[in-house]
Each structure stands twice: as C-alpha cells, then as structure tokens.
Design a protein around this ligand. Structure first.
Ligand code: TXE
Length: 484
C-alpha cells in the first residue's frame, strides 16, 4: 500500500541534495502500519565516488580550522537540532515504529547531547607534552582524513550523531550511510547542516543498501577510516573490505546480554529495571538484557512479579504517550523473532506470556508482537545464546555466583550486562569478572558519555565515547624538540 503523500529524500553531497543519476529508489515504510511513506535513492558505487570526492576536497580546509572553531560548529548543530526536537522525535518514531515517549527521551534528546558533549570535550583539550631533561615531546592529534560512518536502524539519529560529532570535531570529513530501513532523521540532520551553513563536503550522505552503497563505501580507496555499527555478521564483511587498505576500523556489533538478579536485590526495582532492559525499543537495542539469570531462592517470586509486570506493558500506537512498546522494524524481522518462539518450544521452553503477533486496532498492517517471556530453555540453548534482537527474554535460575558467571560468559558476544544486588561491592567485583565491555549495577543504560562504550569477542572492536572517540577519529603524532 502506498501512502497518499510520499516524502522523497535525496543524497546530500558537497552541500547539494541530489538524486542518484540512475533514478533508482527504495521505499521507506512505517513499521506500525506497513504503509510506504517515503522514498530514498538506491545509490551505487558511482554515487559513493562523488560523495568521497566531495569529502576529500573539503577535508584540508576543515581540518585546518582550530579545534575551538570546530567546537563552535558542533554547538550550532546542537542548537539547531534542539529547536527541532519534536520534529526529530515524531519522525524517528514514524520511521522506526518506536513509541514517541522513547523517541523524545532517548533518540531526540541524546542526538542533541552528542553534539553538545563533544563540543565541550574539544574545548577542554589541552596540549599534551611529555618533558625530558633535554627535550619536550609534543603530542599532536591530527585528523585521520575521510571517514565512512555506517549505522543501523534501531537508534538511527542517536548513533549517527554519536559518530558525526567527534569525527568532524577532530577535523575529518565524512560520508554517512544510514540504514536503508530508517533513513529519515539522517536526512533531517543533513537539512540542519545545510541551514546553518556547515561548509560543503564536510558531511556527505548516500542512501542505499549494504551491497549497493555500504560495501563500495567501505572499500573505497579514498576512505581512510570506517566507523560501523550493526550486526556481527555484517561487521565481519566490513572488516574484510577495510583490511586490505589498512583502514582504521571501529566495529560496534551485536550482543546477547545477561541481567543477573541476586537474592539480596531490591525486588521491585529489579523487576522494573530488568523489564526495561529486556524490552526497551521492542528489545531492538544491542545492549538489551535478553537473558535473565535469577538466584534460585527468589526465582519463583521474581518470575511471578516479572511476568505480571510484562503483561501490563502497553503495546500499540507509537504516537500515544502511554505506549511502552511499538512495532518491530520490519515484517522480515518480526518473522525472525517469531521463529525463535517456535525454536524455544523445540528447545524445551515454556512460554509464560506473549509468544505471538498482536494487532492493535487501526494498525493491522504493522509488524506487531507481544512482549514474550520464556523459561525452561537451557542456558546454552540457541535461544539463550543467539542474538534475537526482539521483545523476547529467557529466564534462568542459578545457585551460586560461579554458576551465574559461567552462564553470563558462555556466549560468543561480550557487549553489556546488568547486576542487581544490595551489596554494591559484590556487584562491582562480580561485574569485573564478566566478559563484556560494560556492566550496570542496579541500573541499565545509565550513560555518562565520557565512559568507554563497546564490547569484546563478537560484539566488536574498539570503543566509542569520550576520549576513546577522540582517539579513534584522530592520529596521534609525537614531535620531539631537543634543547641545547
Ligand atoms: O544491522 P546490519 P541492522 C546491531 C544489533 C543487530 C544489528 C541490527 O545488535 O545485530 O545491529 O541492525 C549496512 N558493507 N547493533 O540490521 O544489517 C546496512 O545498510 C557495508 C549493535 O541495521 O548489520 C546498515 O546501514 N555496509 C550496536 C548497516 O550496515 C553494510 C547498536 C547495519 O546493517 C553491508 C545497534 C556491507 N556488506 C545495533 N551490509 C552496538 N553494538 O552498539 C549492510 N550494511
């Protein structure tokens, strides 16, 4: 079904909004209704060539600006984006199917914060010097050059801004390739850049899919670094394309994270905190806690209160303020998640709640599923170790810290986790033994942008955030000046 008014968005290259010369387009659909509401260019290698060329042309003068001048540009972007906060939130909600409350509080708000935070970080950068008795070693953080920024569909503007801000802040120019499923707020951001007069070619954007646009961008000889966020299997392809030309590479990939609940936790905050970790954004966040490990002595009580809490979660119209769960990103993805419900039954699972599609009134054409809680699958089952990336969590009990740690560490991923306990020291020491990049104790997704963000094993390579972002998006040089 085609909506009455199709929004046509374009590539943004060298400061101009242009279609792909071949005129190929891809449809953009509302996950909540299944209706097409926009179209975007289906770009290919020739469009990527033009975009990389524009970025190469712009980089020298942009890189030559003082770091404080670039910080001022980031501030201007933050101000302009903040003025459009509600427009960003409603467009992101429409494009992703997520509830408007989440699009406001997380996606739109954090996108502004990303630019403001890195503006402040740039201003606080001091000249780093290592003094010797007879020499001074000056550290010079130079731009890397031209970068490819490739982002996924779950937190489109949040993750794109998280890369653009430090990348251009450190003097690079970039070519962005947002997910073909959710291109709309990336287009809005380009319109903000255009309105405030960001120098042309500093940020460029090509729409398209992974094969047609993403892959040529990653392997392009004119690209010096790649910052990728997406699935683990795709991350492997990106790494293979980038390796032969030794491009600097950052990979933020998939996760299969544990929420570990000890008997000395505050039960009510654990129930609501673990439910939020499991189902935020319909479980479509790489940090989601989809494996819930509960100490045996409180398992029954936790399970009963948790299931009751999940059953009260409001699924429906994303534009309704009270909605807690919206639609899944696509029909294909919904089928994939429902496939894991069937697999869970084969793996001995018992569905405690959910486990099926739902169809909110007026949204029959959308990709809807009830939040699902399953117990009885083994901790090493496919359902409990593979990334499902939907509103489906599995419950497991444990009798000791050692057992809990063994379960938590027995996946190919190592991104995040949460630990719920009344003993903060135990919480911290237990967390440090987990094979992940991040762990929250008695909270989840409580973010300080200065802290390192990223994972180990199949969850990726490198870290983003604070000085880790500034380090990735620059090349550190040492100038040693010897005194007589
Ligand atoms: O990823 P995909 P999706 C992960 C999350 C899940 C996945 C879902 O865990 O696994 O992302 O997002 C482009 N060469 N994270 O389905 O398919 C593609 O067009 C170059 C982890 O979007 O990997 C899109 O723009 N590019 C994360 C982008 O890659 C290619 C947080 C991602 O697509 C390509 C959020 C190719 N060969 C989601 N193929 C974290 N760890 O922080 C596809 N693309």
């Amino acid at each position: 079904m085609v909506d009455e008014r199709i929004l046509e968005i374009k590539n943004y290259i060298g400061g101009d909004f242009i279609d792909s010369p071949r005129g190929d387009f891809l449809g953009v659909f509302e996950p909540a209704t299944g209706r097409q509401f926009a179209s975007a260019p289906l770009s290919d290698a020739s469009d990527v060539d033009i975009a990389v060329e524009a970025a190469r042309t712009a980089q020298p003068s942009w890189g030559a600006l003082g770091i404080r001048e670039r910080a001022d540009w980031l501030e201007r972007i933050a101000d302009a984006l903040e003025e459009r906060h509600e427009e960003v939130a409603s467009l992101e909600s429409r494009d992703t199917g997520k509830p408007i409350s989440l699009a406001r509080s997380v996606d739109a708000t954090r996108s502004v914060s990303n630019f403001r935070f890195f503006a402040e970080m740039l201003r606080s950068q001091d000249q780093e010097v290592f003094e010797m008795a007879d020499a001074s070693n000056f550290v010079v953080n130079k731009p890397v050059g031209v970068g490819a920024l490739i982002t996924p569909w779950n937190l489109p503007l949040y993750l794109l801004s998280w890369k653009i801000a430090p990348a251009i802040g450190m003097g690079n120019s970039v070519v962005c390739k947002p997910s073909e499923l959710t291109p709309m707020t990336a287009d809005l951001l380009m319109r903000v850049f255009d309105e405030i007069g960001l120098p042309e070619g500093v940020v460029n954007l090509v729409h398209g899919d992974g094969i047609g646009a993403g892959s040529p961008l990653v392997s392009h000889p004119g690209v010096d670094f790649v910052s990728f966020t997406g699935g683990t299997s795709t991350g492997g392809k990106v790494a293979a394309s980038a390796a032969p030309s030794f491009k600097k590479l950052s990979l933020e990939l998939g996760g299969k994270n544990s929420s570990i609940v000890f008997s000395d936790c505050d039960m009510q905050s654990a129930v609501s905190g673990v439910a939020r970790a499991g189902f935020l954004n319909q479980g479509q966040v790489c940090l989601c806690g989809s494996r819930i490990l509960v100490e045996g002595s409180i398992y029954e009580e936790f399970r009963e209160r948790f299931v009751r809490h999940v059953e009260q979660m409001k699924v429906g119209d994303p534009s309704n303020e009270g909605t807690e769960l919206g639609a899944l990103i696509s029909q294909d993805h919904l089928e994939k998640v429902l496939g894991y419900v069937e697999l869970a039954k084969e793996e001995g699972g018992n569905i405690l709640t959910g486990g099926s599609r739902c169809s909110p009134d007026g949204f029959e054409g959308g990709n809807w599923m009830l939040p699902t809680v399953i117990e009885g699958v083994g901790a090493d089952s496919r359902c409990a170790t593979e990334e499902i990336f939907g509103p489906l969590v599995t419950l497991h009990s444990f009798e000791s810290e050692e057992e809990a740690l063994g379960i938590a560490n027995n996946t190919r991923y190592g991104l995040a986790g949460s630990v719920w306990t009344g003993d903060l020291e135990r919480g911290r020491s237990f967390s440090e033994k987990m094979e992940t990049g991040m762990v929250w104790v008695n909270s989840w997704l409580h973010r300080d942008l200065r802290a390192p963000f990223g994972g180990v094993k199949d969850s990726g390579v490198g870290r983003e955030g604070g000085r880790w972002s500034l380090g990735f998006f620059s090349e550190a040089m040492n100038v040693c000046v010897k005194r007589d």
